[in-house]
Design a protein around this ligand. Structure first.
Ligand code: NAP
Length: 257
């Protein structure tokens, strides 16, 4: 275990010797974070949706394991994540898996609500609990990073389950940070702005929405997934050892406007 929350490592962004479990690793942001972690020296354990391509390009030799697991299914999820955390002595967890349903709430089917909450919130709790348990039991500390959203602060348009899940994810981040800071476990979140990934494809394919959103971003552009990698390395490394329960907004200035 290379992470130390004590001692003179407060300036180190090096992840050599650390193992990071990343959910949603086949996605845009999860993939970019994985590449950034690999560049910083970490070894990687990927959780991907069953039946999907396990390839995450640019991670070199750093991939230790790729595990298909349907995070929308409560059945066995907690045990599987717990076994993975123990097997690989995971130091860092990134909850990057996410899904979104767009539509008027009055027309939502049950699954439009439950599936989103299941992946975005319940699975993140299961992974965090598994990691927290192991880190406390082995006394080794660690880092947990939840991928929140601007819709952790705003309601959005026709995305009720997503906004609810992302608000709750920030609450969970703060609650776990309070509980586990004393064990040397840092629980924080990143709230990306508008990022060019499949999750936001519907917005990018709507020229009016796309232009309106872009015009409101002070940086004048959407984020590339790689824009999120540096913030994740910071929150995964000893450089953030005294950062607890923080939501790091990486949004091109959207929230400042
Ligand atoms: N894009 C944005 O503008 C934006 C902004 C703020 C926050 N975020 C958050 O960033 C995170 C990553 O999203 P992204 O933008 O990178 O989108 P993405 O490319 O669609 O990635 C989402 C990932 O979640 C995985 N996933 C979804 N349902 C799953 C399930 N049931 N079991 C296991 N894995 C599942 C997907 O796997 P498959 O690809 O195999 O389905 C994919 O790897 C999400 O939490 C999202 O809410 C995104």
């Amino acid at each position: 275990m290379a992470l130390s929350n004590h001692g003179p490592r407060g300036m180190s962004f090096d992840l050599t010797g650390c193992t990071a479990l990343v959910t949603g690793a086949s996605g845009g942001i999860g993939g970019a974070i994985s590449r950034a972690f690999a560049d910083a020296g970490a070894e990687l354990v990927f959780v991907i949706e069953p039946g999907q391509d396990a390839t995450v390009r640019g991670c070199g030799e750093g991939i230790r394991d790729v595990v298909p697991l349907d995070l929308a299914s409560h059945e066995g999820r907690s045990d599987s994540l717990g076994a993975l955390v123990e097997k690989h002595a995971v130091d860092i967890v990134v909850n990057a898996a996410g899904r979104i349903t767009r539509g008027a709430s009055e027309s939502f089917e049950d699954h439009d609500w439950y599936d989103v909450i299941e992946v975005n919130l319940h699975a993140a709790f299961d992974a965090s609990r598994a990691a927290g348990r192991a880190m406390i039991a082995h006394g080794r500390g660690g880092k947990i990073i939840n991928i929140a959203s601007l819709l952790s602060f705003q309601g959005g348009i026709n995305v009720a389950s997503y906004a609810a899940s992302k608000h709750a994810l920030v609450g969970l981040t703060r609650a776990l940070a309070n509980e586990w800071a004393g064990y040397g476990i840092n629980v924080n979140a990143i709230a990306p702005g508008y990022v060019e990934t499949p999750l936001a494809a519907a917005l990018r394919q709507d020229p009016e929405r796309y232009d309106a959103i872009t015009a409101r971003i002070p940086a004048g552009r959407w984020a590339s997934p790689d824009d999120i990698g540096g913030a994740a390395v910071f929150l995964a490394s000893a450089a953030s050892d005294y950062v607890h329960g923080h939501v790091l907004v990486v949004d091109g200035g959207w929230m400042a406007r």
